[in-house]
Write a protein of this length. Structure first.
Length: 459
């Protein structure tokens, strides 16, 4: 029996992934699609089983409706306290204390070994669930974010007064909490509800639903995760349910390129493990990036997660230091300059090291000269003018590749590549960890020619 391309892998592959094929009929949706189910008399089931909902709530999620959730991001909490902000603040200018981390679909088609949600959420290869109203989802998310998450920090007395007042208004939504946002059939309406409230949208997809990605309306910034440089590594690391996962990723990168050409800021996010920081891997990643032609590339070290032990992974062998990510980003820059675009991808500008955020173990590469400040080789315009973005949403003049520059803003010096602050906003004081992270760069001032005497005395 030949499996269709949207079916799970064969028995041998599934055993390799630690799955049990004989249980598939009760664990994966082989039934009709949501469209076909609509014509059936039997109502669609909720996405979450009672035990799944309880497990998510125990881990700090606030489940909204039957298939969505919101959760407190530690960077929101840190920012409220003035103890540092997310890398998206350094790279793109969001205010972390005004950011809500959420998802309209808890289900995902991958079971990544590095998933920071520890596989608490369900898996699915198509939407066969009940659908909640987008407006009610947004209302529930915003209400829960303020009531349960922001208020707990404010009422503790740990929040700065100014930031506590600002946090009362959600300005950004990171659709990267867990699951696959584009799987939700009414994601377009959901995004419109957020934009109507002038809440920016940073949507992350794992590249397994290219058709839904192609149909996605404009967002503030669109990400596609590239978890491996080749098909074999994707199976090992990403543990996808689709047998044609690599082909789906390639088609998703083509869709990302299309969105970039239509005026959406686009990003390829590389989640890096220590064993993949080789030139060969950099060359593989470079080919994929060239195919997608994104505005930005995020090279980010993997975050330690509890299931590492389950897969025989250790922190020392898996989690790279920031200096190792920096070195790999420089290697990737070289390969991007040498690799020719594949498929029908048109040649694009080169890429250069633009910014970094040491605490997130992340480096940003940007298209050059597209995102450089005109006439200034060391300055960039990677930040976003959010008010200008919202004003441009219904303007057809902004549906072109260069139109997105009209709502860009200059990146501050402290966020730039090789700055002494390494992405830490001078207004914040970093939280001191009882277990320092291993890194070659202990004294950040000693590495940078941009550091000034006053800054050096503060480090």
């Amino acid at each position: 029996l030949k499996l269709p391309t949207d079916s799970p892998r064969d028995a041998k592959s599934m055993q390799l992934l630690g799955m049990r094929p004989r249980r598939l009929p009760t664990r994966w949706p082989f039934g009709p699609t949501s469209h076909a189910r609509a014509s059936c008399s039997k109502p669609a089931p909720p996405m979450l089983k009672p035990e799944q909902r309880e497990a998510l709530q125990q881990k700090g999620y606030e489940v909204i409706g039957t298939h969505s959730a919101v959760k407190m991001c530690r960077w929101t909490k840190n920012s409220l306290k003035g103890k540092g902000q997310c890398y998206k603040h350094s790279f793109y200018g969001i205010s972390s204390h005004q950011c809500m981390e959420a998802t309209p679909s808890l289900a995902c088609a991958n079971k990544c070994t590095f998933c920071w949600r520890s596989h608490t959420n369900p898996v699915a290869m198509r939407w066969v669930f009940d659908e909640d109203e987008p407006e009610r989802l947004v209302e529930g998310m915003v209400e829960a974010h303020g009531r349960k998450f922001v208020n707990q920090v404010v009422l503790s007395g740990a929040a700065q007064e100014k930031r506590a007042a600002e946090a009362a208004e959600v300005r950004h939504c990171a659709l990267s909490l867990v699951g696959e946002p584009v799987l939700y059939p009414r994601v377009g309406e959901f995004l419109s509800q957020l934009h109507a409230r002038r809440i920016s949208t940073f949507l992350v997809t794992n590249g397994q639903f290219p058709e839904q990605l192609e149909a996605l309306p404009r967002v503030t910034q669109l990400y596609c995760s590239i978890d491996a440089p080749d098909p074999e590594e994707l199976v090992r690391v990403g543990r996808p349910l689709f047998v044609d996962a690599w082909e789906r990723l390639l088609r998703s990168l083509d869709a990302l390129r299309m969105h970039g050409q239509r005026g959406t800021r686009t990003v390829c996010r590389l989640t890096l493990q220590k064993g993949s920081l080789t030139r060969e891997a950099a060359r593989g990643y470079a080919k994929l990036v060239r195919r997608a032609a994104p505005d930005f590339v995020e090279a980010k070290g993997v975050t330690p997660v509890p299931q590492f032990a389950k897969y025989g992974m250790t922190l020392a062998d898996t989690v790279p230091t920031h200096s190792e990510v920096r070195d790999f980003a420089a290697l990737l820059q070289e390969e991007l300059a040498n690799v020719e675009p594949e498929g029908d991808a048109a040649p694009v500008d080169g890429y250069a090291l633009a910014a970094e955020h040491r605490h997130s173990n992340a480096v940003l590469l940007a298209r050059s000269p597209l995102w450089r400040v005109p006439g200034c080789h060391e300055s960039w315009r990677t930040w976003i003018d959010f008010e200008a973005f919202f004003d441009s949403l219904d303007n057809p003049d902004f549906e072109s590749e260069t139109a997105k520059l009209k709502y860009s803003a200059e990146t501050p010096e402290w966020a730039l590549w090789d700055a002494a602050e390494a992405g830490l906003d001078p207004e914040d004081v970093p939280r001191m960890s009882s277990r320092p992270r291993p890194d070659d760069y202990v004294n950040m001032a000693s590495r940078s020619p941009r550091v000034r005497p006053r800054e050096a005395s503060l480090l």
